[in-house]
Design a protein around this ligand. Structure first.
Ligand SMILES: Cc1ncc(C[n+]2csc(CCOP(=O)(O)OP(=O)(O)O)c2C)c(N)n1
Ligand SMILES: [Mg+2]
Length: 572
Protein backbone atom coordinates (compact mmCIF):
# COMPACT_ATOMS: atom_id res chain seq x y z
CA UNK A 1 0.00 0.00 0.00
CA UNK A 2 1.21 3.49 -0.74
CA UNK A 3 2.02 5.73 2.20
CA UNK A 4 1.09 8.95 0.39
CA UNK A 5 -0.15 11.53 2.84
CA UNK A 6 -1.63 14.98 3.08
CA UNK A 7 -1.61 17.30 6.10
CA UNK A 8 -4.63 18.48 8.04
CA UNK A 9 -4.80 21.86 9.76
CA UNK A 10 -3.50 20.35 12.99
CA UNK A 11 -0.43 19.01 11.24
CA UNK A 12 -1.64 15.43 11.28
CA UNK A 13 -0.86 13.14 8.40
CA UNK A 14 -3.85 11.60 6.70
CA UNK A 15 -3.95 9.02 3.93
CA UNK A 16 -4.59 10.49 0.53
CA UNK A 17 -7.97 9.14 -0.51
CA UNK A 18 -8.14 5.44 -1.09
CA UNK A 19 -6.38 4.95 -4.38
CA UNK A 20 -3.98 2.54 -2.74
CA UNK A 21 -6.73 0.09 -1.91
CA UNK A 22 -9.37 0.69 -4.54
CA UNK A 23 -10.23 -2.31 -6.57
CA UNK A 24 -7.43 -4.38 -5.03
CA UNK A 25 -7.67 -7.81 -3.52
CA UNK A 26 -6.18 -8.55 -0.12
CA UNK A 27 -5.23 -11.94 1.21
CA UNK A 28 -3.38 -13.16 4.27
CA UNK A 29 -4.07 -14.26 7.82
CA UNK A 30 -6.74 -12.32 9.66
CA UNK A 31 -4.18 -10.27 11.61
CA UNK A 32 -2.61 -9.08 8.37
CA UNK A 33 -6.02 -8.22 6.97
CA UNK A 34 -7.01 -6.28 10.10
CA UNK A 35 -3.78 -4.27 9.99
CA UNK A 36 -4.26 -3.53 6.28
CA UNK A 37 -7.76 -2.16 6.93
CA UNK A 38 -6.56 -0.09 9.89
CA UNK A 39 -3.80 1.41 7.76
CA UNK A 40 -6.22 2.19 4.96
CA UNK A 41 -8.19 4.19 7.54
CA UNK A 42 -5.09 6.19 8.47
CA UNK A 43 -3.89 4.30 11.55
CA UNK A 44 -0.18 4.69 12.22
CA UNK A 45 0.24 3.03 15.62
CA UNK A 46 -1.10 -0.03 17.41
CA UNK A 47 -1.25 0.45 21.20
CA UNK A 48 -1.09 -2.88 22.98
CA UNK A 49 0.14 -5.14 25.79
CA UNK A 50 1.19 -8.62 24.82
CA UNK A 51 -1.11 -11.65 24.85
CA UNK A 52 -1.07 -14.78 22.71
CA UNK A 53 -4.69 -14.32 21.68
CA UNK A 54 -3.67 -11.35 19.54
CA UNK A 55 -0.25 -12.47 18.21
CA UNK A 56 -1.47 -12.41 14.58
CA UNK A 57 -2.18 -8.68 14.98
CA UNK A 58 1.49 -8.17 15.84
CA UNK A 59 2.62 -10.39 12.97
CA UNK A 60 0.38 -8.34 10.70
CA UNK A 61 1.97 -5.10 11.95
CA UNK A 62 5.53 -6.38 11.65
CA UNK A 63 5.05 -7.78 8.14
CA UNK A 64 3.10 -4.80 6.77
CA UNK A 65 4.94 -2.76 4.17
CA UNK A 66 6.08 -0.48 5.80
CA UNK A 67 5.56 -2.03 9.24
CA UNK A 68 2.95 -0.49 11.52
CA UNK A 69 4.36 0.98 14.72
CA UNK A 70 3.78 -1.18 17.81
CA UNK A 71 3.60 0.77 21.06
CA UNK A 72 3.57 -1.65 23.98
CA UNK A 73 2.51 -0.38 27.41
CA UNK A 74 2.38 -1.60 31.00
CA UNK A 75 -1.36 -1.63 31.59
CA UNK A 76 -4.16 -2.06 29.05
CA UNK A 77 -5.87 1.07 30.35
CA UNK A 78 -2.90 3.01 28.99
CA UNK A 79 -3.19 1.37 25.57
CA UNK A 80 -6.89 2.23 25.40
CA UNK A 81 -6.42 5.77 26.75
CA UNK A 82 -3.62 6.28 24.21
CA UNK A 83 -5.93 5.17 21.41
CA UNK A 84 -8.65 7.48 22.71
CA UNK A 85 -6.28 10.45 22.84
CA UNK A 86 -5.01 9.61 19.35
CA UNK A 87 -8.59 9.80 18.09
CA UNK A 88 -9.06 13.15 19.80
CA UNK A 89 -5.80 14.71 18.64
CA UNK A 90 -5.59 13.43 15.07
CA UNK A 91 -9.29 12.91 14.29
CA UNK A 92 -8.32 9.54 12.87
CA UNK A 93 -9.53 6.61 15.02
CA UNK A 94 -6.91 5.35 17.44
CA UNK A 95 -6.26 1.60 17.55
CA UNK A 96 -5.81 -0.47 20.71
CA UNK A 97 -5.31 -4.22 20.61
CA UNK A 98 -6.12 -5.90 23.92
CA UNK A 99 -5.67 -9.53 24.73
CA UNK A 100 -8.65 -11.71 25.70
CA UNK A 101 -10.42 -11.48 29.06
CA UNK A 102 -8.51 -9.27 31.52
CA UNK A 103 -6.79 -7.38 28.71
CA UNK A 104 -10.19 -6.34 27.40
CA UNK A 105 -11.76 -5.66 30.81
CA UNK A 106 -8.76 -3.49 31.77
CA UNK A 107 -9.64 -1.28 28.79
CA UNK A 108 -13.30 -0.77 29.71
CA UNK A 109 -12.93 2.59 31.52
CA UNK A 110 -11.06 4.16 28.62
CA UNK A 111 -13.62 2.85 26.14
CA UNK A 112 -16.42 4.32 28.27
CA UNK A 113 -14.53 7.61 28.39
CA UNK A 114 -14.33 7.61 24.58
CA UNK A 115 -18.07 6.95 24.39
CA UNK A 116 -18.82 9.91 26.68
CA UNK A 117 -16.40 12.22 24.84
CA UNK A 118 -17.24 11.12 21.29
CA UNK A 119 -13.65 10.05 20.62
CA UNK A 120 -13.13 7.88 17.53
CA UNK A 121 -11.27 4.67 18.35
CA UNK A 122 -11.29 0.98 17.50
CA UNK A 123 -10.43 -1.70 20.04
CA UNK A 124 -9.61 -5.17 18.79
CA UNK A 125 -9.93 -7.77 21.50
CA UNK A 126 -8.49 -11.23 21.56
CA UNK A 127 -11.07 -13.95 22.15
CA UNK A 128 -10.88 -17.59 23.22
CA UNK A 129 -10.92 -19.97 20.24
CA UNK A 130 -14.26 -20.69 18.58
CA UNK A 131 -13.51 -24.36 18.03
CA UNK A 132 -13.37 -24.97 21.80
CA UNK A 133 -16.00 -22.44 22.89
CA UNK A 134 -17.88 -23.76 25.91
CA UNK A 135 -15.13 -26.16 26.99
CA UNK A 136 -13.44 -23.77 29.39
CA UNK A 137 -10.50 -22.30 27.48
CA UNK A 138 -8.30 -19.78 29.21
CA UNK A 139 -10.07 -16.41 29.48
CA UNK A 140 -13.16 -17.67 27.70
CA UNK A 141 -15.31 -14.58 28.11
CA UNK A 142 -18.03 -13.31 25.80
CA UNK A 143 -16.85 -9.73 25.67
CA UNK A 144 -19.20 -7.75 23.38
CA UNK A 145 -22.09 -7.78 25.93
CA UNK A 146 -19.74 -6.13 28.44
CA UNK A 147 -18.73 -3.45 25.93
CA UNK A 148 -22.15 -2.93 24.36
CA UNK A 149 -23.26 -0.20 26.76
CA UNK A 150 -20.01 1.77 26.53
CA UNK A 151 -19.41 1.73 22.77
CA UNK A 152 -21.08 2.62 19.48
CA UNK A 153 -20.82 -0.98 18.38
CA UNK A 154 -19.45 -4.16 19.95
CA UNK A 155 -19.39 -7.41 18.03
CA UNK A 156 -17.53 -10.60 17.35
CA UNK A 157 -16.04 -11.16 13.90
CA UNK A 158 -16.66 -14.90 13.90
CA UNK A 159 -14.41 -16.03 11.05
CA UNK A 160 -11.28 -14.84 9.28
CA UNK A 161 -13.51 -14.17 6.29
CA UNK A 162 -15.45 -11.58 8.34
CA UNK A 163 -12.38 -9.53 9.24
CA UNK A 164 -11.95 -7.31 6.16
CA UNK A 165 -15.50 -6.11 6.12
CA UNK A 166 -15.88 -6.16 9.91
CA UNK A 167 -12.80 -4.01 10.49
CA UNK A 168 -13.83 -1.61 7.74
CA UNK A 169 -17.25 -1.22 9.35
CA UNK A 170 -15.62 -0.73 12.74
CA UNK A 171 -13.46 2.16 11.51
CA UNK A 172 -16.21 3.75 9.43
CA UNK A 173 -18.58 3.62 12.42
CA UNK A 174 -15.97 5.05 14.80
CA UNK A 175 -15.19 8.03 12.57
CA UNK A 176 -18.78 8.85 11.54
CA UNK A 177 -20.58 11.47 13.60
CA UNK A 178 -21.41 11.14 16.35
CA UNK A 179 -17.94 9.65 16.76
CA UNK A 180 -17.04 7.08 19.38
CA UNK A 181 -15.43 3.76 20.27
CA UNK A 182 -16.06 0.48 18.46
CA UNK A 183 -15.10 -2.91 19.87
CA UNK A 184 -14.55 -6.06 17.87
CA UNK A 185 -13.11 -9.37 18.96
CA UNK A 186 -11.94 -12.26 16.82
CA UNK A 187 -11.68 -15.88 18.07
CA UNK A 188 -8.03 -16.83 18.35
CA UNK A 189 -8.22 -19.77 15.92
CA UNK A 190 -9.87 -17.55 13.32
CA UNK A 191 -7.34 -14.76 13.81
CA UNK A 192 -4.63 -17.21 12.69
CA UNK A 193 -6.70 -18.37 9.70
CA UNK A 194 -6.21 -17.00 6.19
CA UNK A 195 -8.82 -15.32 4.06
CA UNK A 196 -9.03 -12.99 1.10
CA UNK A 197 -11.41 -10.41 -0.25
CA UNK A 198 -11.71 -7.01 -1.83
CA UNK A 199 -9.78 -4.21 -0.17
CA UNK A 200 -12.03 -1.70 1.55
CA UNK A 201 -13.00 1.39 -0.40
CA UNK A 202 -13.00 4.34 1.95
CA UNK A 203 -15.99 6.60 1.79
CA UNK A 204 -16.02 10.18 2.98
CA UNK A 205 -17.90 10.50 6.25
CA UNK A 206 -19.19 14.08 6.43
CA UNK A 207 -22.11 14.86 8.67
CA UNK A 208 -25.56 15.35 7.19
CA UNK A 209 -26.51 18.64 5.56
CA UNK A 210 -28.31 20.67 8.27
CA UNK A 211 -31.97 21.57 7.78
CA UNK A 212 -31.83 25.08 6.21
CA UNK A 213 -35.12 26.14 7.86
CA UNK A 214 -33.75 25.29 11.29
CA UNK A 215 -30.59 27.27 10.53
CA UNK A 216 -32.70 30.27 9.44
CA UNK A 217 -34.76 29.99 12.64
CA UNK A 218 -31.59 30.14 14.75
CA UNK A 219 -30.27 33.11 12.74
CA UNK A 220 -33.58 34.89 13.47
CA UNK A 221 -33.26 34.18 17.18
CA UNK A 222 -29.73 35.62 17.09
CA UNK A 223 -30.94 38.69 15.24
CA UNK A 224 -33.48 39.32 18.00
CA UNK A 225 -31.13 38.63 20.89
CA UNK A 226 -29.67 41.43 23.03
CA UNK A 227 -27.18 39.44 25.10
CA UNK A 228 -26.28 36.26 23.18
CA UNK A 229 -23.53 33.85 24.15
CA UNK A 230 -22.02 31.07 22.06
CA UNK A 231 -20.60 27.92 23.68
CA UNK A 232 -18.20 25.80 21.60
CA UNK A 233 -17.40 22.24 22.66
CA UNK A 234 -15.42 19.17 21.69
CA UNK A 235 -17.37 18.27 18.56
CA UNK A 236 -16.54 21.60 16.91
CA UNK A 237 -12.96 20.33 16.77
CA UNK A 238 -13.88 16.68 16.15
CA UNK A 239 -16.09 17.70 13.22
CA UNK A 240 -13.33 19.83 11.67
CA UNK A 241 -15.42 22.98 12.11
CA UNK A 242 -12.88 25.04 14.04
CA UNK A 243 -12.12 27.45 11.21
CA UNK A 244 -15.79 27.99 10.33
CA UNK A 245 -16.53 28.55 14.03
CA UNK A 246 -13.90 31.27 14.41
CA UNK A 247 -14.99 32.89 11.14
CA UNK A 248 -18.57 33.00 12.43
CA UNK A 249 -17.58 34.37 15.84
CA UNK A 250 -15.52 37.17 14.31
CA UNK A 251 -17.99 38.00 11.55
CA UNK A 252 -20.96 38.40 13.88
CA UNK A 253 -19.06 39.52 17.01
CA UNK A 254 -20.63 37.07 19.43
CA UNK A 255 -19.04 36.54 22.87
CA UNK A 256 -17.92 32.95 23.22
CA UNK A 257 -17.13 30.37 25.89
CA UNK A 258 -15.25 27.17 25.08
CA UNK A 259 -15.03 23.79 26.77
CA UNK A 260 -13.40 20.40 26.15
CA UNK A 261 -11.61 20.27 22.83
CA UNK A 262 -13.42 23.43 21.81
CA UNK A 263 -10.82 25.25 23.91
CA UNK A 264 -8.49 27.16 21.60
CA UNK A 265 -11.02 27.45 18.73
CA UNK A 266 -11.30 31.07 19.84
CA UNK A 267 -7.70 31.59 20.94
CA UNK A 268 -6.71 32.65 24.47
CA UNK A 269 -6.60 36.44 24.67
CA UNK A 270 -9.10 36.95 21.84
CA UNK A 271 -11.46 39.87 22.63
CA UNK A 272 -14.53 37.69 22.07
CA UNK A 273 -13.38 34.87 24.35
CA UNK A 274 -15.25 35.41 27.62
CA UNK A 275 -14.66 32.11 29.42
CA UNK A 276 -13.29 34.09 32.36
CA UNK A 277 -16.64 35.94 32.58
CA UNK A 278 -18.58 32.69 32.35
CA UNK A 279 -20.89 33.27 35.32
CA UNK A 280 -21.96 36.68 34.12
CA UNK A 281 -22.17 35.63 30.47
CA UNK A 282 -24.33 32.54 31.00
CA UNK A 283 -26.29 34.08 33.88
CA UNK A 284 -27.03 37.37 32.14
CA UNK A 285 -27.60 36.09 28.62
CA UNK A 286 -30.98 36.09 26.88
CA UNK A 287 -29.91 33.55 24.22
CA UNK A 288 -27.30 30.80 24.68
CA UNK A 289 -26.31 28.88 21.56
CA UNK A 290 -24.47 25.68 22.48
CA UNK A 291 -22.58 23.91 19.69
CA UNK A 292 -20.90 20.53 19.78
CA UNK A 293 -21.22 19.64 23.44
CA UNK A 294 -24.02 18.11 25.51
CA UNK A 295 -26.14 20.23 27.84
CA UNK A 296 -24.79 18.27 30.80
CA UNK A 297 -23.57 19.07 34.32
CA UNK A 298 -20.73 21.15 32.89
CA UNK A 299 -23.31 23.53 31.43
CA UNK A 300 -25.85 23.59 34.25
CA UNK A 301 -27.95 20.99 32.37
CA UNK A 302 -28.86 23.64 29.82
CA UNK A 303 -30.55 26.16 32.12
CA UNK A 304 -29.13 29.68 31.68
CA UNK A 305 -30.02 33.29 32.44
CA UNK A 306 -31.89 34.41 35.52
CA UNK A 307 -28.97 36.29 37.07
CA UNK A 308 -29.84 39.52 38.86
CA UNK A 309 -33.55 39.20 38.02
CA UNK A 310 -32.88 38.61 34.32
CA UNK A 311 -35.38 36.31 32.60
CA UNK A 312 -34.29 32.74 31.82
CA UNK A 313 -32.32 32.59 28.58
CA UNK A 314 -33.59 30.94 25.44
CA UNK A 315 -31.43 27.96 24.56
CA UNK A 316 -30.38 26.66 21.15
CA UNK A 317 -28.62 23.33 20.80
CA UNK A 318 -26.53 22.51 17.73
CA UNK A 319 -25.10 19.01 17.44
CA UNK A 320 -23.19 16.96 14.89
CA UNK A 321 -25.96 14.35 14.70
CA UNK A 322 -29.63 14.06 15.70
CA UNK A 323 -29.00 11.71 18.63
CA UNK A 324 -26.84 14.34 20.32
CA UNK A 325 -29.53 17.02 20.49
CA UNK A 326 -30.63 17.41 24.10
CA UNK A 327 -33.80 15.58 25.06
CA UNK A 328 -34.06 17.08 28.54
CA UNK A 329 -33.50 20.80 28.01
CA UNK A 330 -36.19 23.28 27.06
CA UNK A 331 -34.97 24.36 23.60
CA UNK A 332 -36.02 27.39 21.58
CA UNK A 333 -34.52 25.75 18.49
CA UNK A 334 -32.07 23.09 17.47
CA UNK A 335 -30.31 21.73 14.42
CA UNK A 336 -27.97 18.85 13.71
CA UNK A 337 -25.53 17.96 10.97
CA UNK A 338 -22.19 19.04 9.58
CA UNK A 339 -21.06 21.82 11.91
CA UNK A 340 -19.10 23.74 9.27
CA UNK A 341 -22.30 23.97 7.23
CA UNK A 342 -24.19 25.17 10.32
CA UNK A 343 -21.70 27.97 11.07
CA UNK A 344 -21.54 29.06 7.42
CA UNK A 345 -25.34 28.96 7.20
CA UNK A 346 -25.77 31.00 10.37
CA UNK A 347 -23.25 33.58 9.18
CA UNK A 348 -24.98 33.90 5.81
CA UNK A 349 -28.36 34.04 7.55
CA UNK A 350 -27.31 36.87 9.86
CA UNK A 351 -25.72 38.80 7.00
CA UNK A 352 -29.11 38.81 5.26
CA UNK A 353 -30.98 40.12 8.29
CA UNK A 354 -31.84 43.78 7.85
CA UNK A 355 -32.05 44.57 11.57
CA UNK A 356 -28.37 43.86 12.33
CA UNK A 357 -28.00 43.19 16.04
CA UNK A 358 -25.81 45.55 18.06
CA UNK A 359 -24.22 43.64 20.88
CA UNK A 360 -21.38 46.05 21.55
CA UNK A 361 -22.48 47.14 25.04
CA UNK A 362 -22.97 43.52 26.12
CA UNK A 363 -19.60 42.52 24.69
CA UNK A 364 -17.85 45.49 26.34
CA UNK A 365 -19.48 44.63 29.66
CA UNK A 366 -18.21 41.04 29.46
CA UNK A 367 -14.76 42.23 28.40
CA UNK A 368 -14.60 44.40 31.53
CA UNK A 369 -15.48 41.35 33.61
CA UNK A 370 -12.77 39.32 31.84
CA UNK A 371 -10.24 42.10 32.54
CA UNK A 372 -11.20 42.23 36.22
CA UNK A 373 -10.95 38.43 36.52
CA UNK A 374 -7.57 38.46 34.79
CA UNK A 375 -6.35 41.05 37.27
CA UNK A 376 -7.62 39.02 40.22
CA UNK A 377 -5.98 35.89 38.80
CA UNK A 378 -2.65 37.68 38.47
CA UNK A 379 -2.28 37.88 42.26
CA UNK A 380 -2.92 34.12 42.66
CA UNK A 381 -0.61 33.23 39.76
CA UNK A 382 2.21 35.07 41.51
CA UNK A 383 1.39 33.74 45.02
CA UNK A 384 4.47 33.39 47.19
CA UNK A 385 2.72 31.27 49.78
CA UNK A 386 4.59 28.48 51.52
CA UNK A 387 3.44 25.70 51.11
CA UNK A 388 2.99 26.49 47.44
CA UNK A 389 -0.42 27.54 46.14
CA UNK A 390 -1.21 25.38 43.05
CA UNK A 391 -2.07 28.52 41.06
CA UNK A 392 1.58 29.59 41.24
CA UNK A 393 2.51 26.54 39.17
CA UNK A 394 0.34 27.92 36.35
CA UNK A 395 1.83 31.36 36.87
CA UNK A 396 5.17 29.79 35.93
CA UNK A 397 3.95 27.27 33.35
CA UNK A 398 1.61 29.35 31.18
CA UNK A 399 4.26 31.85 29.97
CA UNK A 400 6.49 28.91 29.04
CA UNK A 401 3.88 27.20 26.84
CA UNK A 402 4.41 27.39 23.09
CA UNK A 403 1.46 28.09 20.83
CA UNK A 404 1.29 24.47 19.67
CA UNK A 405 1.72 22.93 23.14
CA UNK A 406 -0.42 19.92 23.99
CA UNK A 407 -1.65 20.18 27.58
CA UNK A 408 -3.16 17.12 29.24
CA UNK A 409 -4.96 17.13 32.57
CA UNK A 410 -5.23 14.07 34.82
CA UNK A 411 -6.26 14.92 38.35
CA UNK A 412 -8.86 16.69 40.45
CA UNK A 413 -8.48 20.22 41.82
CA UNK A 414 -5.05 20.63 40.24
CA UNK A 415 -6.58 20.16 36.79
CA UNK A 416 -9.55 22.42 37.61
CA UNK A 417 -7.01 25.18 38.21
CA UNK A 418 -5.54 24.42 34.78
CA UNK A 419 -9.00 24.83 33.24
CA UNK A 420 -9.13 28.28 34.80
CA UNK A 421 -5.64 29.48 33.97
CA UNK A 422 -4.60 27.76 30.73
CA UNK A 423 -6.31 29.27 27.69
CA UNK A 424 -4.93 27.46 24.61
CA UNK A 425 -4.01 29.57 21.63
CA UNK A 426 -4.86 26.83 19.13
CA UNK A 427 -7.56 24.17 19.03
CA UNK A 428 -6.70 20.50 19.35
CA UNK A 429 -4.10 20.89 22.07
CA UNK A 430 -6.13 20.48 25.24
CA UNK A 431 -7.02 17.05 26.60
CA UNK A 432 -9.16 16.74 29.69
CA UNK A 433 -11.04 13.63 30.81
CA UNK A 434 -14.35 15.05 29.55
CA UNK A 435 -17.71 14.20 31.06
CA UNK A 436 -16.68 10.67 32.13
CA UNK A 437 -14.01 12.18 34.38
CA UNK A 438 -11.84 9.10 34.64
CA UNK A 439 -8.56 9.43 36.52
CA UNK A 440 -5.64 7.52 35.01
CA UNK A 441 -5.82 8.68 31.40
CA UNK A 442 -2.71 10.83 31.70
CA UNK A 443 0.16 8.61 30.68
CA UNK A 444 -1.74 7.08 27.77
CA UNK A 445 -2.72 10.54 26.55
CA UNK A 446 0.85 11.78 26.90
CA UNK A 447 2.18 8.85 24.87
CA UNK A 448 -0.39 9.55 22.15
CA UNK A 449 0.33 13.27 22.14
CA UNK A 450 4.07 12.77 21.75
CA UNK A 451 3.45 10.50 18.75
CA UNK A 452 0.78 12.72 17.17
CA UNK A 453 2.74 15.97 17.59
CA UNK A 454 6.39 14.96 17.44
CA UNK A 455 7.82 18.47 17.65
CA UNK A 456 5.34 20.09 20.07
CA UNK A 457 5.69 20.56 23.81
CA UNK A 458 3.71 17.86 25.59
CA UNK A 459 2.80 18.76 29.17
CA UNK A 460 1.03 16.30 31.43
CA UNK A 461 -0.56 17.85 34.52
CA UNK A 462 -0.87 15.19 37.22
CA UNK A 463 -2.55 15.14 40.58
CA UNK A 464 -0.61 12.99 43.03
CA UNK A 465 -3.68 10.79 43.35
CA UNK A 466 -4.22 10.46 39.62
CA UNK A 467 -0.54 9.61 39.10
CA UNK A 468 -0.98 6.39 41.04
CA UNK A 469 -3.16 4.93 38.29
CA UNK A 470 -0.62 5.07 35.52
CA UNK A 471 2.81 6.32 36.60
CA UNK A 472 4.33 2.92 35.82
CA UNK A 473 3.83 3.78 32.16
CA UNK A 474 6.70 6.25 32.43
CA UNK A 475 8.53 3.01 31.65
CA UNK A 476 6.77 3.06 28.28
CA UNK A 477 7.83 6.65 27.63
CA UNK A 478 11.41 5.69 28.44
CA UNK A 479 11.51 2.49 26.39
CA UNK A 480 10.07 4.25 23.37
CA UNK A 481 12.16 7.40 23.72
CA UNK A 482 9.17 9.73 24.22
CA UNK A 483 10.01 12.90 26.17
CA UNK A 484 7.13 14.46 28.09
CA UNK A 485 7.12 17.15 30.78
CA UNK A 486 5.03 15.98 33.73
CA UNK A 487 4.03 18.59 36.27
CA UNK A 488 2.57 17.31 39.51
CA UNK A 489 0.48 19.27 41.98
CA UNK A 490 1.30 17.13 45.02
CA UNK A 491 -1.05 18.05 47.86
CA UNK A 492 -0.69 14.61 49.46
CA UNK A 493 -4.43 14.06 49.09
CA UNK A 494 -7.37 13.24 46.88
CA UNK A 495 -8.05 16.95 47.09
CA UNK A 496 -11.21 17.15 45.02
CA UNK A 497 -12.84 14.62 47.36
CA UNK A 498 -11.32 15.82 50.63
CA UNK A 499 -12.77 19.35 50.40
CA UNK A 500 -16.35 18.31 49.57
CA UNK A 501 -16.35 15.63 52.27
CA UNK A 502 -15.21 18.21 54.81
CA UNK A 503 -17.94 20.53 53.60
CA UNK A 504 -20.66 17.88 53.93
CA UNK A 505 -19.61 16.10 57.11
CA UNK A 506 -17.11 18.38 58.86
CA UNK A 507 -14.54 15.56 58.62
CA UNK A 508 -12.99 13.45 55.90
CA UNK A 509 -11.84 9.85 55.53
CA UNK A 510 -10.05 7.96 52.74
CA UNK A 511 -8.92 11.28 51.26
CA UNK A 512 -5.31 11.46 52.48
CA UNK A 513 -2.27 10.15 50.64
CA UNK A 514 1.22 9.66 52.01
CA UNK A 515 2.76 13.08 52.67
CA UNK A 516 5.18 14.57 50.15
CA UNK A 517 5.88 11.33 48.30
CA UNK A 518 8.91 11.65 46.00
CA UNK A 519 7.16 10.56 42.80
CA UNK A 520 10.08 12.08 40.89
CA UNK A 521 12.23 9.30 42.31
CA UNK A 522 9.82 6.76 40.82
CA UNK A 523 10.30 8.43 37.44
CA UNK A 524 14.08 8.41 37.88
CA UNK A 525 14.02 4.73 38.82
CA UNK A 526 12.15 4.02 35.58
CA UNK A 527 14.83 5.78 33.53
CA UNK A 528 13.42 9.30 33.34
CA UNK A 529 14.38 12.35 35.37
CA UNK A 530 12.78 14.76 37.78
CA UNK A 531 12.95 16.80 40.94
CA UNK A 532 10.88 17.88 43.94
CA UNK A 533 10.11 21.58 44.35
CA UNK A 534 9.02 23.16 47.63
CA UNK A 535 10.00 26.81 47.03
CA UNK A 536 7.70 28.76 44.67
CA UNK A 537 10.68 30.56 43.15
CA UNK A 538 12.13 27.21 42.06
CA UNK A 539 9.14 26.18 39.95
CA UNK A 540 10.18 28.19 36.88
CA UNK A 541 13.80 26.99 36.79
CA UNK A 542 12.62 23.40 37.34
CA UNK A 543 10.23 23.69 34.39
CA UNK A 544 13.04 25.06 32.24
CA UNK A 545 15.19 22.06 33.14
CA UNK A 546 12.29 19.75 32.35
CA UNK A 547 11.66 21.26 28.91
CA UNK A 548 15.39 21.17 28.11
CA UNK A 549 15.93 17.62 29.32
CA UNK A 550 14.66 15.69 26.30
CA UNK A 551 13.55 12.83 28.55
CA UNK A 552 10.39 12.04 30.53
CA UNK A 553 10.73 14.50 33.43
CA UNK A 554 8.55 14.94 36.50
CA UNK A 555 8.47 18.26 38.34
CA UNK A 556 6.96 17.21 41.66
CA UNK A 557 5.64 20.40 43.25
CA UNK A 558 4.59 20.06 46.88
CA UNK A 559 1.42 22.15 47.25
CA UNK A 560 -0.90 23.36 49.98
CA UNK A 561 -3.71 20.88 50.62
CA UNK A 562 -5.85 23.71 51.99
CA UNK A 563 -5.66 25.66 48.71
CA UNK A 564 -8.70 23.84 47.30
CA UNK A 565 -10.24 24.81 43.99
CA UNK A 566 -13.13 27.15 44.75
CA UNK A 567 -16.33 25.45 43.61
CA UNK A 568 -19.95 25.88 44.52
CA UNK A 569 -21.27 22.58 43.18
CA UNK A 570 -20.05 18.99 43.28
CA UNK A 571 -20.77 18.79 39.57
CA UNK A 572 -23.12 15.89 40.13
C1 LIG B 1 -11.00 6.30 38.21
C2 LIG B 1 -11.54 7.33 39.15
N1 LIG B 1 -11.60 7.06 40.47
C3 LIG B 1 -12.05 8.00 41.35
C4 LIG B 1 -12.51 9.22 40.90
C5 LIG B 1 -13.06 10.23 41.88
N2 LIG B 1 -12.14 11.39 41.99
C6 LIG B 1 -12.32 12.50 41.26
S1 LIG B 1 -11.18 13.67 41.55
C7 LIG B 1 -10.42 12.72 42.71
C8 LIG B 1 -9.22 13.24 43.45
C9 LIG B 1 -8.02 13.38 42.58
O1 LIG B 1 -6.89 13.61 43.37
P1 LIG B 1 -5.55 14.16 42.73
O2 LIG B 1 -5.30 13.50 41.45
O3 LIG B 1 -4.49 14.07 43.77
O4 LIG B 1 -5.92 15.69 42.43
P2 LIG B 1 -6.26 16.84 43.50
O5 LIG B 1 -7.76 16.94 43.56
O6 LIG B 1 -5.69 16.45 44.81
O7 LIG B 1 -5.65 18.07 42.94
C10 LIG B 1 -11.05 11.48 42.83
C11 LIG B 1 -10.62 10.39 43.74
C12 LIG B 1 -12.46 9.44 39.50
N3 LIG B 1 -12.88 10.58 38.95
N4 LIG B 1 -11.94 8.51 38.66
MG1 LIG C 1 -3.87 15.46 45.15
Amino acid sequence: MSDAATRTSDGTDLPEGNESTEGGELSGHAGELAVAVARAHGVKTMFTLSGAHVFPMYDGAVKAEPPMRLLDVRHEQTAAFAAEATGKLTRVPGLAVLTAGPGVTNGVSAIAQAQFAGSPMVVVGGRAPANRWGSGSLQELDQPPILASVSKMARTLHTAGDVLDGMDRAFTTARSSHRGPVFVDVPMDELFNVASGPAPVLSEVRGAEPDPDAVTEIAELLADAHRPVLVLGTDVWADGAEEAALRFVEAVGIPTITNGMGRGVVPGGHPLLVTKARGKALGGSDLVVVVGTPLDFRLGYGVFGGREDAAPAQVVHVADSPGQVSGHADLAASVSGDLTAVFDGLQAGLEQVVRRPDWSTWVADLQDTVAAATERDAALLAAEADPIHPARIYGELVPRLAEDAVVIGDGGDFVSFAGKFVEPRRPGGWLDPGPYGCLGAGLGAAIAARLARPSAQVVLLLGDGAAGFSLMDVDTLVRHGLPVVMVMGNNSAWGLEKGPMQMLYGYDVVADLAPRTAYDEVVRALGGAGETVTDPRQIGPALDRAFASGVPYLVNVITDVDAAYPRNTFGI
